[in-house]
Design a protein around this ligand. Structure first.
Ligand code: CP
Ligand code: NVA
Length: 317
């Protein structure tokens, strides 16, 4: 509680900022919002949501712009490099200015410490639209998609293949464990998840009935799983493309590897996809792929998240 007796402002900087019960509430709301797309108007007025990008984006940019508009608000899309932050204005000063005028701040940036600095000085919710370490909005959309196709999350087994140390792998670990899933990361040695994040995910999984593992054998990773996910082998800002392609080759999601998954396993990819590298065209464009539902669900999941965060932040105690 703050000195005014209001609840502290809630941020979504990493997947474990939502408890298991809170994550389920957001996913329930996302499902309801998908069924009644124009029926929720928490930002009518309109309130403005500042959406800043320090890296390229198609899905995140569009889904936040469309989503804020559908919630009755005004999306203000800002190119981070064209803001004064690009010339060295402190992140905290930017947060103070934005939070005097906007209802929420959404930011895609590089280091996690940057979005933590933004949240530390913001009086309104701050949402991580991708950092080098996490992509939690994507995982909410992915969980919504899995629920749609498999009915529930708890107890399902998911394999993520590829760069086990990137933002998607880390967010699958934390978000999947929060949902009570069994998450297996399949990655070459040298590209395994950050040990602290793996430990944190294991701690969460112990309380939800899920589990987390990281292995360097792709066949073991996908054995019998209900969900197979992958991501680019070269994330935004990473170097060493040729070296990465050579290391990740055995972790390509193709029909031979998928033969080891459950017969009705679904395939996820956050997109953009590089056909012939992390995933083959016959798989991503084939019957097991749910990637277009997944991309659409960015909209519904983020609308639900924004409504949930704004409605809880500053509530009177
Ligand atoms: N999946 C995802 O975040 O896509 P964009 O980079 O296009 O926003
Ligand atoms: N891991 C990828 C995700 C893109 C949405 C990247 O950070 O580039």
């Amino acid at each position: 509680m703050n000195s005014q007796g209001s609840a502290p402002v809630r941020h979504f900087l990493r997947d474990d900022d939502l408890s298991p019960a809170e994550q389920a509430q957001v996913l329930d709301l996302a499902e309801a919002m998908k069924k009644d797309r124009y029926g929720y108007r928490p930002f009518e007025g309109p309130a403005t949501v500042a959406v800043l990008f320090d890296k390229p984006s198609t899905r995140t940019r569009v889904s936040f712009a469309v989503g804020v508009g559908e919630l009755g608000g005004l999306p203000l899309i800002i190119d981070g490099g064209a803001s004064q932050m690009g010339r060295g204005e402190p992140i905290e000063d930017t947060a103070r200015v934005l939070s005097r005028q906007a209802a929420a701040i959404v930011w895609r940036t590089s280091g996690q410490e940057r979005i933590e600095a933004m949240a530390s000085a913001s009086a309104v919710p701050v949402v991580n639209a991708l950092t080098d370490e996490f992509h939690p909005c994507q995982i909410l959309a992915d969980l919504q998609t899995i629920r749609e196709h498999r009915g529930a999350l708890r107890g399902l087994t998911m394999a993520y293949l590829g760069d086990g140390a990137n933002n998607m792998a880390h967010s699958y670990l934390l978000g999947g464990a929060t949902a009570g899933m069994h998450v297996r990361i399949g990655a070459p040695s040298g590209y395994l998840p950050d040990a602290l994040i793996l430990d944190r995910a294991a701690e969460i999984a112990a309380s939800t009935g899920g589990s987390v593992t990281a292995v360097s054998d792709p066949a073991a990773a996908v054995d019998g799983v209900h969900v197979v996910a992958t991501d680019t082998w070269v994330s935004m800002g990473q170097d060493g493309k040729e070296e990465r392609i050579a290391a990740f080759g055995p972790f390509q999601v193709n029909s031979a590897l998928l033969a080891g998954a459950a017969h009705d396993a679904i395939v996820l990819h956050c997109l953009p996809a590089y056909r012939g590298l992390e995933i083959t065209a016959d798989v991503i464009d084939g019957p097991r792929s749910v990637v277009w539902d997944q991309a659409e669900n960015r909209l519904h999941a983020q609308k639900a998240l924004l409504q949930w965060l704004v409605s809880r932040s500053g509530e009177s105690s």
